[in-house]
Ligand binder design. Sequence first.
Ligand code: FUB
Length: 447
Amino acid sequence: MKRNAMAVVFLLLVFGVKDIFAQNPLIMDQFTADPTARVFEGKIYVYPSHDIPARPGKGRAGWFVMEDYHVFSSENLTDWTDHGVIVSQNKVDWVDSTMFNMWAPDCIYRNGKYYFYFPAGAKDKTRRGGIGVAIADKPYGPFIPESKPMDGIGGIDPNIFIDKDGQAYIIVAMGRISIAKLKDNMLELADKPVVIENLPTVGLKEGPFLFERNGIYYLTYPHVENKTERLEYATSNNPMGPYKFTGVIMDEFPSGCWTNHQSIVEYKGQWYLFYHHNDLSPNFDKNRSIRADSLFFNSDGTIKKVIPTLRGVGITDASKKIQIDRYSLKSNSGATIDFVNPDTLKRWEGWKTILSSSDAWVQYNSVDFGSKKFTTVNVNAFSKSGSILQVKLENANGPIVAQIEIPAGNDWKNIKAPVSMLKQGIHNLVVSLKDNKPVEIDWISFE
Ligand code: FUB
């Protein structure tokens, strides 16, 4: 244990690398938005933008404030590694470091190099938003920024697509969505950008992300059809179009979070939608957090609508802290979720599950009990009145594998109880209340 802890401290000090474990949102120690997910070197890499709260002299209060980019990677979509800052507004020659508008980026691999594209405010005020490129030998950097922004193109949310024939394209948003061919050097335009027609003309469109599957080119983008952004897509048989509006990938958030921003990627045979929501900042939607959910296609190639979940993707190891507040299902009544610590500055501590009536339950899918023999369940809980929890497998009517008595008290307690009849392999976990005495649960794990 000690050696592991020292290794983590060493990695943090030397490389800024940090391990994070999460469901949705994926990253729990900073705000992240606009995720572009890519598969590089057999892992998922996510290049998000990085919201920070405005401070005196740092950004505009009430607006997006972004000064740098981190990159995160994962092999299993559950454990994420933060590789630290890869590009910062203070270290790019042409960027005005008072602007704090490093909005949605992208990264692509070509001829042995990784090209990271980002929008930013230029010192040269004759340019509006510039598109910068930084180049690295590895997906996590170090990225060396070019000394000037790309010529002939501006706007926000650059997205890069390389077709099967090797032709690369850059797509950007500036009210409308435009596309241009790139030269092989990935730094210059081969042609002037052209506006992509036939997309909805009323309501803001931004955040383009183009991908191809079975000969269909999917141009995905957030669009304000009503009050806030929803994720839509148009399809074509050519990256340049003409495109035809095809459908909605994700509806507007009921919470009112104004933006959403997507990327779609296939990893180990499953397609995923990466997007964002203001989970960690419910009262201010410009401090967002990235999420992922599985995405499925119909047989005609259309995309099935993705319903956002808290559970997200990835399998959770039974011996880790299982955050059941990121539930897959919950009872119709008696089960609620809240921050562990309501203090705005302590939301990073995550959420808790509150069970308050008999038969209240939450179900958390895909827990890996592996081939180990677990004998004990460990729960971090708190109950003023004292309470009894039941742990079941598969669903609310599934077999009871443990019963845990939570003693009455005014503090969080770590309580252990024996488990029986626990099956090996991957199972859904259900935690339910036996009687009407309320209990709050932070996490549960198995030993
Ligand atoms: O993150 C700032 C902006 O909000 C992005 O560039 C847009 O796509 C929207 O998500």
